[in-house]
Design a protein. Structure first.
Length: 72
């Protein structure tokens, strides 16, 4: 993923179900940090509701055209 990519927060783990509600998909990647010591890269994301957060890449996926239509 790169700066300016449109992404959605995603996780299939039930542990993060509460986190899914804190993100208004889609978001735009503002900054990217490379992986450190085999960890996943991190991205700064500007979400549709105006929030800006840092997220590990494993919780982001590219937004599909269908999802973009669903989210307005």
């Amino acid at each position: 993923m790169n700066v300016s990519d449109l992404v959605n927060f995603h996780t299939s783990s039930w542990v993060f179900d509460h986190a899914k509600q804190r993100y208004q998909n889609p978001g735009v990647i503002l900054k990217a940090e490379p992986p450190i010591q085999q960890h996943t890269p991190r991205y700064q994301v500007f979400w549709s509701d105006g929030k800006i957060t840092w997220e590990h890449g494993c919780y982001l996926r590219p937004a599909t055209k269908e999802e973009q239509k669903e989210n307005g």
